[in-house]
Design a protein around this ligand. Structure first.
Ligand SMILES: [Zn+2]
Length: 263
């Protein structure tokens, strides 16, 4: 991958905030292919991505197994992969899984998919318990967005208001079909927009560390999602600082990890 020249540095630090092992929503129904940690690392190397947040994905009965695959993956690639636990609030032991992967196994975030799992982002009672624990463990929650009525921008802002100590990451920034993304994101400070499929929102509108690069690989091409950020950078629509923040530094700060470790 060709990188725009940036003040003599060979390449920027890139952290993909949203990837999957197994499959992702939609790909799990379209194909029986399941992607491995090695597939992910190969794609990251091809695209110059230093680190990735990864959660398991697949059909509902595969999700627990895929969390185990993610655990194996972060154990094998501790400097490249950051585990996010995929939780389904419909499962009776969802809080046990949360404690196990976050408290006992060092995962750094939670992934929720309301419309795949059939609940509404505002109306599922156990979500309160999940968000309370996210605050306690200081981990962000990455949530699919843009699919009415399960997961829309206003619900994100309402939850973010109720749980001010939790960082909510809106995967897909509303998928380009939710008109209320910006007004919702402006209402609260703890709501971050992730760029996959939904595009890159200018951080000038929301402020520093409010927009992060994610690809949702293998749903999309990691390279084309990344290219969108580079094109905006190349054309001057993003400043150097804004581009570097979106590409990885903002997410590193949200996760409290040191990007210099891997450059
Ligand atoms: Zn996803």
């Amino acid at each position: 991958m060709r990188f725009p020249k940036w003040r003599g540095v060979e390449k920027p630090f890139i952290l993909d905030a949203h990837t999957h092992i197994g499959a992702s929503y939609l790909t799990c129904y379209f194909t029986d292919r399941r992607w491995t940690a090695e597939d992910l690392i190969r794609e990251m190397d091809r695209c110059g991505v230093d680190m990735a947040c990864v959660s398991g994905g697949g059909l509902p009965h595969e999700i627990k197994m895929m969390n185990e695959r993610v655990l194996e993956a972060v154990t094998r690639y501790p400097n490249r992969l950051i585990g996010f636990v995929r939780l389904n609030p419909k499962f009776s032991d969802v809080l046990d899984d949360l404690d196990y992967y976050i408290r006992d196994r060092g995962f750094r975030g939670i992934k929720l998919h309301p419309n795949q799992d059939g609940y509404c982002l505002l109306k599922e009672p156990v979500l309160n318990l999940i968000f309370e624990r996210a605050a306690k463990y200081r981990v962000p929650v990455l949530i699919h967005s843009g699919t009415e009525p399960w997961t829309v921008a206003g619900q994100f802002a309402d939850q973010a208001e109720m749980f001010p100590d939790v960082t909510f990451i809106m995967a897909h920034s509303g998928l380009r079909n939710d008109k209320h993304v910006l007004e919702s994101a402006k209402r609260v400070e703890n709501l971050i927009l992730e760029t996959s499929i939904g595009g890159v929102t200018s951080p000038r509108i929301l402020g520093k560390d409010r927009v992060v690069f994610g690809s949702d690989w293998p749903t999309t091409s990691m390279r084309s999602e990344l290219q969108e950020v580079f094109d905006l950078w190349d054309s001057g629509h993003l400043s150097d600082e804004e581009a570097l923040d979106i590409l990885g530094l903002s997410m590193a700060r949200i996760l409290r990890i040191n990007p210099r470790r891997v450059i």
